[in-house]
Structures are given as C-alpha cells and as structure tokens.
Design a protein around this ligand. Structure first.
Ligand SMILES: [Zn+2]
Length: 336
C-alpha cells in the first residue's frame, strides 16, 4: 500500500508561482480589457436579472436570486477574450512556466483521481461492451488522456485550438483536432461509444448555454458528456467571496451550482445523470484564509477544529454538493 501525500492547495498552486501569475493577470486586465465594449446579460441559466454581490478588479459579480448562479455582468466582448487567450503574458505564463512546474504534482493529485472518477462514471452509464472513445474538449497538454489510457481501454481524440498545445498533444501520439469546439464538424467525431469530456473550461465561457448547445449538436444519441467546473454555491467561494482566488475575473465568468447547471443542461436537451461536488480543497483554502473570514461561526470553527475534524467536514461538504469543485455527467438521449 502506498502512502499518499494529502492534497492541499499548495500542491497544485505553489504560492510564489501563483502570485506571479496573479500579478501578470492583473497587468493583462489593463492591457486587454480596459475600455473594450461590454456585454450586459441576465442570469445565463434562467434569464432572471441578477443583483450585484461584490466587485473584483473592476468587474461586477451578480447573483441570480432564483437559481443562485454567480456571474460577471457586464462582461467584456468576445473579441477581447480572443485576443487575451491568444497572446497575453499571463496566459503564456500559465501555459509554460506555471504548468511545467506543477505538471507532475497535478498529474498525481488532480488528473489521476479525475481519470478514475471518469472511468467509474463511464462504467456506470455506458452500457456498450466495445471500447470507449474519449473526446477531450480543450485538452491542453493531453495529460488527462495519458492518464485515462493508463486506467482503461480508451481511444482519445483531443480538441485543442492552441497551435502550441495541439502540437504537444500530437507529439504524445494523440489524434488532435486543432480547432475551437464551435468549428468542429460532426463528421470529425468517431462512431461508437463516445464520452466527451471537458475540464475547468466551463467557468471561462462567454456564453455557456451556446457552448452546451454546440457540444450537444455534435454528439450522437447515447453519447456521454462529463465535465468539471466551479460551483458558486461552494463553501469557500460563498465565505471568501471576492477574496477567493477562484474568483478571478475576467477568466472566471460563470459559477453555476449543481442545481442551476442541471437546469441549463436540461434546457439544451441533455439528460442529467449526476451533478456532484467531489472537491477536496475547500477546508484547506478556508483554513489558510481564516484570519480574513468575517463570519463568526467559520472563523471560530477553523481556529478550534482539529485537522481530523476539518477532513470530516470536507467529506460532508463534498457529499452534500457544497464544494466549489463540481463534476457533471449528462447524456444525449434525443434522436437526431
Ligand atoms: Zn438564474
């Protein structure tokens, strides 16, 4: 039996490197988003007008009274994001320095557990006996695909628009479509048992409903879609609000929650199989930030509790849909 180092925030986001990333991101906000056209939206799930709950770096976060989704409104126009994600210093730092330094820790602490979860979900919901095709939307470095290949019989297809990242995936031997998801043709998707996946992408999307429709349109009947994103009902985000490092505008635009995201998926036509929060970091993040927490209960609890008690609390939070790390499994059931 191997002894595993417990996962903490520092394992995947080393403090100094993450601070440098945040410094560059702050500079980029000025360069890429100052003075651009802004788009006003209602709640991306239920179209109810939201109410302002806090601001950060000049961006307003609104909460929907009805479904509790948390989202940036107004948000910069899509052209500003295209430029930012193509050539900004902070995205380059993330893709090169930050990622390289943390890749091996991330592989162990994030990707391996994720691959095992995806394997379980596929076994639970994909009845066919033939091997599975994984279609990884925004596959980045293809690490998930390497890891899932090690735990199950899967053929991976990566959709990755960045020239640099797509080349890395190809060099690892993966078939790679170098396109944005909205430009992918259904004929490029293999026949057979398909499971689409996307990790930590949804919170970045300018129009989440449109993205889900795009994915739905290229899927075939019976295909699965499993993805992860941030939940705005997650305890660390609810307590820390603008002080949460996950609340990082304009990168993170949408924080839905298990219920609101299920609603949005059903509106598109998906059958929602599971919407859970298997997160592990909330209590660690709160513990490290206990000195800035205003709420009396949580500030005192974090001071008073033992590590063992906080771990038990984390398990409770994850089991009850209250972690900020969310995982959703849905299926296309309609014929078309
Ligand atoms: Zn809403």
């Amino acid at each position: 039996m191997s002894i595993q180092t417990p996962i903490t925030e520092d394992t995947i986001r080393p403090h100094d490197i993450f601070e440098e990333y945040l410094r560059l991101a702050t500079l980029d906000i000025e360069t890429y988003f100052r003075g651009v056209d802004m788009v006003y939206i209602d709640c991306p799930v239920c179209k109810t007008p939201g109410k302002e709950v806090f601001t950060k770096s000049g961006f307003i976060y609104e909460e929907c009274n009805h479904c509790k989704s948390l989202y940036v409104n107004p948000r910069p126009c899509t052209e500003a994001f295209d430029k930012y994600y193509t050539d900004s210093p902070s995205t380059k730092f993330w893709a090169t320095t930050f990622y390289k330094i943390t890749e091996s820790a991330r592989r162990e602490t994030l990707w391996k557990p994720k691959a095992n979860l995806v394997k379980l979900l596929i076994e639970r919901y994909q009845s066919g006996s033939e091997s599975i095709n994984i279609i990884d939307i925004g596959g980045g470095y293809g690490v998930f695909d390497e890891v899932i290949n090690a735990v199950m019989d899967a053929t991976c297809l990566i959709i990755e628009p960045s020239v640099h990242l797509a080349e890395i995936c190809r060099n690892k031997g993966f078939k790679t479509i170098e396109k944005f998801m909205e430009d992918v043709d259904r004929n490029e998707i293999p026949e057979g048992n398909n499971c689409f996946v996307s990790f930590e992408l949804f919170e970045h999307l300018h129009d989440p409903g449109q993205f889900l429709q795009t994915v739905y349109n290229v899927m075939r009947q019976g295909d699965l879609f499993i993805f992860t994103t941030l939940s705005g009902m997650g305890i660390d985000i609810q307590i820390l609000r603008e002080n949460s490092r996950s609340v990082s505008p304009p990168h993170h635009l949408n924080f839905m929650n298990p219920r609101s995201l299920a609603t949005l998926l059903r509106n598109v036509g998906f059958e929602v199989l599971e919407a859970n929060t298997p997160g592990k970091l909330d209590m660690d993040i709160l513990f490290k930030n206990k000195d800035i927490i205003q709420d009396n209960f949580w500030r005192n609890y974090l001071d008073y509790s033992t590590e063992h008690e906080r771990n038990a609390m984390q398990d409770f939070i994850a089991a009850n849909g209250l972690s900020s790390h969310m995982m959703v499994t849905c299926r296309k059931t309609a014929k078309n």
